[in-house]
Design a protein around this ligand. Structure first.
Ligand code: GLP
Length: 240
């Protein structure tokens, strides 16, 4: 694992945007694995600026997102599909037909998981961007998710529901289930870029980087990947 400790959130996003831009510069048809949450917002803002300045084009890229809330429709303001359109897809030259997320409103969730797993297998990601849950989850793979898992329906941990409730007016509206790429799908990416900021991530960062590789700490699996870059701000790195 390469570990970079940046001064603050802006520096984390700057470095992450440079790495993603470098992947697309080297291969304009790159397949990108994308994440949601608050952390990547500054990265996406930089990619949007780079595209509008003509310094970057995503026109040849394909993208695959990590996860989606069960029951969230693509036009629901809390859905990750909506987030991606608002923060990246709708503001860049990526072809919307080349952007993929699991469908939270699929009538048959098991079939949707199978469809997404097969799609991922046919489209290996050149780079996978990740955030980190305060309990060590990656995507919505909560503690004790098997390392050999593929796309599945996950029940969110209580701590995750609590973390996510800041984004909902009514805490009872926070979804309890999500469709998520599995850990094996994430590990299949050629390169992984994981970002964590803030003191509430420090314990999970320590487990990811220095802890035992154990299903109780999902992000610890990344120690087994050959090409991982971890970018932290000083607060998230404080227990290293
Ligand atoms: C959610 C997402 C994760 C994300 C995590 C951390 O649980 N499913 O992919 O990494 O939140 O989010 P944030 O960056 O907002 O702290």
């Amino acid at each position: 694992m390469e570990i970079i400790i940046a001064k603050d959130y802006d520096s984390v996003c700057e470095l992450a945007a440079e790495i993603l831009t470098g992947v697309v510069a080297a291969n304009p048809d790159a397949t990108l694995g994308l994440a949601t949450g608050s952390t990547p917002l500054g990265v996406y803002a930089r990619l949007v600026s780079a595209v509008s300045d003509g310094a970057l084009s995503l026109a040849g890229c394909k993208s695959f997102n990590l996860d989606e809330y069960v029951g969230a429709g693509v036009n629901d303001a809390h859905s990750y599909a909506y987030y991606m359109r608002e923060n990246l897809f709708g503001k860049t030259d990526i072809d919307p037909r080349n952007t993929h997320l699991p469908l939270g409103t699929a009538p048959d969730l098991a079939a949707e998981c199978e469809r997404y797993t097969a799609l991922l297998a046919a489209n290996r990601r050149d780079i996978q961007l990740l955030g980190l849950g305060s309990d060590g989850h990656i995507a919505f793979n909560e503690p004790n998710t098997p390392f050999d898992s593929h796309t599945h329906v996950a029940e969110l941990a209580e701590s995750t529901v609590k973390d996510n409730s800041r984004l909902f007016a009514n805490p009872d509206d926070v979804p309890r289930y999500a469709l998520t790429m599995g850990i094996a799908d994430i590990m299949d990416a050629r390169k992984i870029l994981i970002l964590a900021c803030g003191a509430n991530k420090a314990q999970a960062v320590r487990g990811m980087v220095k802890g035992e590789v154990d299903e109780r700490m999902p992000a610890s699996v990344l120690q087994r990947h050959a090409d991982v870059t971890v970018i932290l701000d000083e607060a998230a790195a404080e227990l290293l």
